[in-house]
Design a protein around this ligand. Structure first.
Ligand SMILES: CC(=O)N[C@H]1[C@@H](OP(=O)(O)OP(=O)(O)OC[C@H]2O[C@@H](n3ccc(=O)[nH]c3=O)[C@H](O)[C@@H]2O)O[C@H](CO)[C@@H](O)[C@@H]1O[C@H](C)C(=O)N[C@@H](C)C(=O)N[C@H](CCC(=O)O)C(=O)O
Ligand SMILES: Nc1ncnc2c1ncn2[C@@H]1O[C@H](COP(=O)(O)OP(=O)(O)OP(=O)(O)O)[C@@H](O)[C@H]1O
Length: 501
């Protein structure tokens, strides 16, 4: 089912009942025009997807205010509106913060579906998608029916659709949960982004286990400071959202969270025996990784097919979360061991060429500092990196991305990613300036991404590694409002296939 077709009814409720519910939940209802007392049978937050009987949540956005689309929502049959401003088009309930009201309202209206299964929420700067894939594989291996929400897909026993966000908007999230209940799932694993937390998309959901992976500089275009980024992540660990927590103590923010958190929790680490769950004997190579998992006095050997030492951190995260729910750990380990790839996460493209060719979603320097030492350890020859910077993100990220790549690689090919409405040349210039500042690598600038990939492949010889960094599984490039289909994995395979090896 596509997201456009995703829809579930809510039990019919009058707009008056909704006002009473909002007030009881502590929201200040400034104004409530209940008109001819419409009956609400659905919820939506995009006028283009409104259906007859819907309450349309008109939210403030970066470019528009949803209230500007009230007439369109009404035209499609919406019967009322929730917003922070009144409307002439629809009877409107005006609240101070409609996003904060919408999450819990949607959960309540859909019958609190998240209480019908075990819900695992994973937050952190890096590792959310990978950890959710591992949780899903482990839960299936332990004999459970599962759902999973990642930035790549939303997937249940009978559902797969491309994701619209890392963490869906409130109405889409609750409707996906309803779908999972109808599919009789036992457990759901999902990514919880800082945007999803700050925008209250997950409010009203009940997480049985909240997982913290790590925190480093990122998303400062959205959050005012690293401190408010941390505060957004830390909200997931509050009593009103989660029952218990698994917290990685391998960085300062994780140690701080473990000290601050009020819910029962365990700590985990990829190396520290002071944690409740930890790894020893970690080895990472071209074949994957091995480590010994320690939990509750038990030791379990684990062999991952996934590439990169960071996947050990993510496997320990998933297994620590599962320990909290009493899942059979040997069965969980077997599931994680069977995973041979996660889309765009250090995904290997192999057509028989005499060098490693990889696509990875790494898009912050914390991830780069984890990734490049691993690549160096498995590369006898040169590292050739293709990278750029995404537009409409923190401009302060661009030069450090180039600088860090050039500290580790012999050749840095700077090219375009999605510029959105930023100037693509500015993005390239900033990344290239950072790369040149490192002073070590050859820096080549090729705006066209396909051409940049072809040049990187031409430069690579036996024993080298080619890495396409930053876009992972992303299937589209967007520049100045124009989208084109472009998948790094297909482009790399194509460039490799046209050469005779
Ligand atoms: C920067 C940011 O967070 N933007 C959010 C913001 O978008 P916006 O300001 O562009 O919204 P807008 O287009 O002005 O529209 C405002 C409102 O009018 C509605 N609308 C708009 C047009 C229309 O015809 N009809 C209509 O009803 C929209 O549904 C929206 O509710 O408000 C929208 C509605 O809630 C969000 O969907 C949107 O997320 C955008 C798509 C986005 O890219 N967000 C990213 C930053 C994000 O959330 N990322 C995280 C992952 C981060 C990570 O990598 O970890 C995520 O969870 O996906
Ligand atoms: N535990 C980790 N520590 C550091 N870097 C990691 C870790 N896990 C993954 N990475 C890096 O981050 C990239 C993104 O990984 P993943 O998609 O699992 O994380 P994410 O948190 O979902 O990212 P995003 O929020 O950007 O979607 C990977 O391609 C890898 O380079």
């Amino acid at each position: 089912m596509d997201v456009e077709d995703l829809w579930s009814p809510v039990s019919p409720r009058s707009l008056c009942e909704i006002v009473v519910h909002l007030r009881r939940a502590g929201h200040v209802v400034a104004e409530a025009d209940v008109g001819d007392r419409p009956v609400i049978t659905g919820l939506c937050q995009d006028s283009r997807r409104a259906r007859p009987g819907d309450l349309y949540a008109a939210l403030p956005g970066r470019r528009h205010h949803g209230a500007a689309f009230a007439a369109e929502a009404a035209g499609r049959g919406a019967v009322a509106m929730l917003s922070d401003r009144p409307s002439d088009e629809l009877p409107t309930v005006v609240v101070d913060d409609p996003r904060a009201a919408l999450g819990p309202l949607a959960a309540w209206a859909y019958g609190n579906p998240s209480t019908a299964f075990d819900l695992y929420g994973v937050t952190g700067t890096n590792g959310k998608t990978s950890t959710v894939y591992m949780l899903e594989a482990a839960l299936v291996s332990a004999g459970l029916r599962t759902g999973a929400l990642t930035g790549i897909t939303v997937r249940g026993p009978g559902t797969v659709r491309p994701a619209t966000r890392t963490t869906p908007e409130a109405c889409e999230l609750q409707q996906s949960f309803v779908e999972f209940v109808e599919e009789r799932v036992d457990a759901v694993a999902m990514e919880v982004s800082s945007h999803g937390l700050a925008e209250h998309r997950i409010d009203g959901s009940r997480f049985d286990v909240a997982v913290f992976t790590n925190l480093a500089r990122d998303h400062l275009d959205y959050h005012a400071s690293l401190e408010s980024y941390y505060a957004a992540k830390a909200r997931l660990f509050a009593r009103d959202l989660c029952e218990r927590a698994a917290i990685c103590i391998d960085d300062d923010y994780g140690r701080r969270l473990a000290g601050d958190v009020a819910v029962p929790h365990l700590t985990f680490s990829a190396h520290d025996p002071a944690a409740d769950v930890y790894a020893t004997a970690v080895r990472a190579g071209r074949w994957g990784s091995t480590f010994t998992l320690h939990h509750g006095g038990e030791r379990v050997p684990v062999r991952l097919q996934l590439l990169g030492g960071h996947q050990v951190d993510n496997a320990v995260a998933a297994l620590a979360a599962l320990c909290l729910r009493g899942i059979d750990i040997p069965a969980a380990v077997a599931g994680i061991e069977a995973l041979d790839a996660i889309p765009g996460r250090l995904e290997r493209i192999d057509v028989g060429q005499p060098f490693l060719a990889l696509v990875d979603y790494v898009h912050n320097t914390a991830g780069q500092h984890r990734l490049f030492p691993f690549l160096r350890s498995v590369t006898a020859g040169r590292i050739v990196v293709v990278l750029g910077a995404t537009g409409e993100r923190d401009p302060g990220k661009r030069a450090p991305l180039g600088f860090t790549a050039a500290q580790y690689a012999e050749v840095v090919v700077v090219t375009d990613e999605s510029a959105f409405f930023d100037d693509a040349a500015d993005l390239r210039n900033d990344v290239a300036a950072g790369a040149r500042r490192a002073g070590a690598a050859d820096v080549i600038v090729i705006p066209d991404r396909g051409e940049a990939i072809a040049v990187a492949v031409d430069l690579a010889g036996e024993g080298d590694t080619v890495l396409l960094a930053g876009r992972g599984h992303d299937p589209t490039l967007v520049d100045n409002g124009v989208s084109i289909a472009f998948d790094d994995r297909a482009a790399l395979r194509n460039a490799l296939s046209t050469r005779a090896y």
